[in-house]
Every structure is written in C-alpha cells, then in structure tokens.
Design a protein around this ligand. Structure first.
Ligand code: PAF
Length: 290
C-alpha cells in the first residue's frame, strides 16, 4: 500500500493511452489485473483492489458509470459520482492505473453492438431490469478487450453479474481468469453498496433484515426444509421489516442459476427488494450437507 500523499496513480481517459501503458508493462513481463467499477468506491471495492494486488504485478481500475445498464426509470442521473475522492482512494490503495473514459470513448457515434448472454440475462434481476445485463455484458466485454488483463475481479454481491461474466468469457474465448471476491458487509450484515447512500436512518436500521432473512432461508433448506416454504417465509419477513416491494427471493444452482433441483447441488439464495429509494440485492450460499 502507498501511505503518502504523493500521487503514483496515473489516470487515462482513452483506449490508446490505456493500451500503451499495458504494453509497456507486458514488455517488462508483468501480469495485469483489471477491476471494473462505476466509482463511488467503498470498502468492498478496496477489497477487490487489495486482492488484485496480491494476484498480479499491476492493477488497473476502471471507472465508468455505464448508461447502457440503467433502465429509463432507473437512477443513472442520481448515481453517486465522486471521481476526485475515488482517485485519492485508488492512489492510497496503490492501484497503478485508472481508466476513466468519457461516454463518447466507450460509445462513439454509430456504436451498434450489444452482447447478450441468452438465458442468464433474462432471469432474476434481468426479469426486473430489462436490458440491464445486456448493458453489463457489452461494457464488460469492451473493458476486457481494451485491457486484455490476466485476471479480472468482481464482487460476489452481484452474483448474477459474476455468473454471467464467467459465461460470456467462456463463450467468447476471452483469455482472462474471472475472480469472484466474497461480499464485504457492515458489522450488522448489510452488504456494502454505493446505493446504501439512498437509505434514511430508519431504512438503514431495517436493511440488514435482507441478509438475515437469506441466512435463515439457506439454513432451513440445508436442514432439509422445503425450498418454496423457505423463500416464501423470507419474502414475508422482508415485507414485515419495511421492504416496500420484494422483486424475488429464489434458491438457484450456484453455478448455472437454474432453479435448484435438489439439495445435493451447490445452491445459492438470491434476492432483490426495495427499501425506500434503494433497491438492494444480496445472496448467500446454501450450506451443503456433509
Ligand atoms: O458491478 C459494477 O459496478 C458494474 O456492473 C460493472 C461491472 C463495473 C460494469 O459497469
């Protein structure tokens, strides 16, 4: 970690400058990690940076609030933007290169390509946010091809996103290892998210009920309980704890996100629910019977 005020982090805004830097590292035989972000960085992102530093010689963070992954009624305009503070955090964390392109660098006039992962894009969050995962798939594909890192790191908090990125990298033969990093939580269990900033004090106090309900459901299933009963109880608990809308609580196969067919399969419970202005998502593993 760099623990001083001297800036060692270099910021670039276009793809040629990004590639020039990476090419120079490659000539020195260095390995490269990419951590894609939309900024408004918190401890969860810094954990990704830290892990990246342990796994590669050079770390590139990208910062781009991707308009294509927000629906027309979603929070693209309100999404927190704190580029100067993010730069300082990345610099202190010892990240080597920040790629912060403008929208016309990523989507120049005439841009017409969309990457879609069939099946995975339309379920769970995709069913509630039409087009969201096409936007994610398109931007992540671009970032991977622009950077060509050895590894790219993503948080398990966005578990469906992580699953979809693993699928697209395999399908398109993109030569990168995708590393999933466990969710970072507040002491009371709430998963860190840039959108937690939307919660009022009262909503913030109730929000950890999401993680608690998922853990209860996961344990119930793992102990032999009925899957439908577990998820229905979790939904009812969330309503009782002030979530105004529950988009889904679902138990799925941990690798494919297909409905869980048996307890012998690796399972994951995923949920999305609205608390005030914030739409919160979370997921936990279903402990497997020994
Ligand atoms: O998880 C995010 O912050 C975004 O979806 C990502 C992967 C940076 C793509 O815009």
């Amino acid at each position: 970690m760099v623990a001083n005020n001297i800036s060692t982090l270099i910021a670039v805004r276009d793809v040629d400058a990004l590639r020039r830097r990476i090419k120079a590292w490659r000539r020195e035989g260095k390995s490269v990690a990419l951590v894609p972000t939309m900024g408004a960085l918190h401890k969860g992102h810094l954990t990704l940076m830290d892990r990246a530093q342990k796994m590669a010689d050079c770390v590139v963070a990208s910062l781009f609030v991707n308009p294509k992954q927000f629906g027309p009624s979603e929070d693209f305009t309100a999404y927190p933007r704190r580029e100067n503070a993010d730069f300082e955090l990345l610099n202190t964390a010892g990240v080597h290169l920040l790629f912060a392109p403008d929208v016309n660098v990523m989507y120049p006039a005439g841009f017409s390509t969309s990457v879609r992962v069939e099946g995975l894009s339309g379920i769970l969050d995709g069913a509630h946010r039409p087009g969201h995962f096409d936007g994610v798939s398109t931007i992540v594909t671009k970032l991977l091809l622009q950077t060509l890192p050895d590894i790219a790191l993503f948080g398990e908090k966005d578990y469906q996103q992580l699953t979809l990125i693993r699928r697209l990298v395999a399908d398109l033969n993109i030569p990168v290892d995708i590393i999933g990093v466990p969710t970072v939580r507040e002491a009371d269990g709430l998963a860190l998210s840039s959108r937690n900033a939307y919660l009022t004090a009262e909503e913030r106090a109730n929000a950890p009920a999401l993680y608690a309900a998922l853990n209860t459901a996961a344990k119930f299933i793992s102990d032999g309980g009925d899957v439908a009963e577990a998820t229905a109880t979790a939904e009812a608990t969330l309503h009782a704890r002030g979530f105004r809308q529950v988009d889904y609580v679902e138990a799925r196969h941990a690798d494919t996100l297909a409905p869980l067919a048996s307890r012998a399969e690796p399972g994951r419970i995923l949920a999305a629910a609205h608390m005030g202005r914030a739409r919160l998502i979370d997921n936990v593993a279903i402990p497997q019977l020994k």
